[in-house]
Design a protein around this ligand. Structure first.
Ligand code: ATP
Ligand code: MG
Length: 449
């Protein structure tokens, strides 16, 4: 929370700042523009994800980006990296402490509890998509504003729900990467019954090796000992080699649940790797936890992650009902997509030269745009300049109407992929162009298979 003194310093500093009007203003570090070349790729991943969510019977909800800070301190846990170090938290003008959402689950549960949604439907299957905010060190695949696809099943303890959530993440990512480049890592974190016994033994072990641990781990050993198990530091990894693992402490119920989840993954034909060191950064996970890792993405290779959170709805003020969910990192999904899949198709570039041609061309636009994407330039240029522009826009075809064409009452349709050229009479011009281009689209799609 910003003290009154800090607020004053902040105010003075910013008032005194010299204003250089000629200087460019850049975006904030870690906050990235998605420009026109990339936007089609984004539309594609959104389309793929949305189609899958709907096929799996999930319904969309859209939630605010700003929540009361308590949603995350309660929902994620006070002693998590996200809440301690990464969250954007600020005092609103009425002194209310607010945060930009760093992830979606806590907000989804807040909304579900606030609107009593689980009382209307015993099992809710919800998805949402949008920006999340974490103040991390920006690097490739790691931003301060990033995007997630998020899915939650609330109200079912069935291991089928865990397997279905994993299958959903798997299928979405598999649209962009082959199976041999994708690993599903799986673990069980136990439950309220078996976790405390493991914790006690882990604390004893950590006490013995604490001198060899990194600063972060020494701090975590006090606040969130489970997190020590997935430290990436090589010294810590070596020291933790013989640390007690949850898999050896699971109660009968957790063993059964985990075994059934694995059976269902087999039935869904999804291979997995057991990783007993896999723990998640959010406090709320119990039982199943998983990550989907793309093997050739370098340092930021985890594309999706999730797990079961049976105590969360209760902790957020609702009834004691179970839940399981996952989030896919959209930037990392984009990194998996071939860049040529990003292209945005323009069906027709419409070239007109002269006043009469312009009048005719503009009157063609509304009927053509009923079915085709058409680019009509605003400025008059020479034919060559227009053709260069049509190529640059990767248009499928160009329609040319100049003085010659006006005199002959025929327009020229030029196919820019195979350079075929035909003349089309002015009678019923729009209809004929549509037919020609739709036929071309079909043969093109068929030959692509
Ligand atoms: P990491 O270990 O990479 O920090 P995390 O455990 O903090 O990930 P989750 O909170 O589980 O991540 O989020 C799920 C997914 O969201 C991650 O697997 C990743 O694909 C994506 N993600 C998380 N943080 C970022 C970020 N700062 N920038 C881009 N994507 C992110
Ligand atoms: Mg993180």
């Amino acid at each position: 929370m910003m003290s009154a003194k800090r607020r004053l310093i902040f105010k003075n500093k910013h008032h005194k700042q010299e204003i250089k009007v000629s200087q460019k203003i850049t975006a904030v570090r870690g906050f990235k523009d998605i420009l026109e070349q990339e936007a089609p790729g984004w539309r594609k991943i959104e389309d793929v994800a949305r189609t899958k969510f709907l096929r799996f019977g999930f319904k969309e909800i859209r939630l605010p980006l700003v929540e009361k800070n308590e949603v995350f301190t309660r929902g994620i846990g006070e002693h998590t990296d996200i809440v301690e170090k990464e969250m954007y938290t600020f005092l609103d003008r009425n002194d209310e402490l607010l945060s930009l959402r760093p992830e979606a689950t806590a907000g989804v549960i807040r909304a579900v509890v606030e609107h009593d949604l689980y009382k209307q439907h015993p099992v809710l299957k919800l998805f949402t998509f949008g920006p999340m905010f974490r103040r991390e060190r920006p690097q490739k695949g790691r931003l301060r504003q990033f995007h997630q696809f998020d899915a939650e099943v609330i109200g079912s303890a069935s291991p089928v729900a865990d397997a279905e959530i994993i299958c959903l993440a798997w299928q979405i990512i598999r649209e962009f990467v082959s199976q041999d480049r994708l690993n599903l890592e799986l673990n069980s974190l136990g439950c309220r019954l078996c976790r405390p016994i493991h914790r006690e033994n882990l604390l004893k072990y950590l006490e013995k090796i604490k001198e060899t641990l990194c600063d972060d781990c020494r701090r975590r050993a006090e606040t969130n000992p489970l997190r020590v198990l997935d430290c990436k530091n090589e010294h810590c990894k070596a020291a933790l080699k013989d640390a007690p693992l949850l898999k050896d402490y699971l109660c009968e119920d957790c063993v059964q649940h985990f075994s059934q989840v694995r059976d269902h993954l087999n039935q869904f034909n999804i291979p997995y790797i057991l990783n007993p060191h896999l723990v998640r950064g959010l406090d709320y996970y119990v039982k199943t936890t998983f990550e989907l890792v793309a093997t050739d993405l370098g340092a930021q290779a985890t594309v999706a992650a999730g797990g079961r959170y049976d105590g969360l709805v209760r902790d957020m003020g609702g009834d004691d009902i179970p839940g399981v969910g996952m989030a896919i990192g959209a930037e990392r999904l984009m990194m998996l997509m071939e860049e040529d899949a990003w292209e945005q198709a323009i069906d027709l570039y419409l070239i007109y030269m002269g006043e009469e041609a312009k009048r005719l061309a503009l009157s063609l636009l509304p009927p053509l745009r009923e079915t085709l994407s058409v680019y009509a330039p605003y400025e008059q240029k020479g034919l060559k300049a227009h053709m260069r522009m049509a190529d640059k826009l990767k248009a499928t075809a160009a329609l040319i109407i100049g003085d010659n064409e006006i005199a002959r009452k025929k327009a020229v349709l030029k196919h820019l992929v195979n350079h075929e050229q035909i003349e089309i009479s002015f009678n019923d011009l729009a209809q004929e162009i549509k037919q020609q281009l739709c036929a071309k689209k079909e043969t093109f799609n068929n030959t692509r298979g």
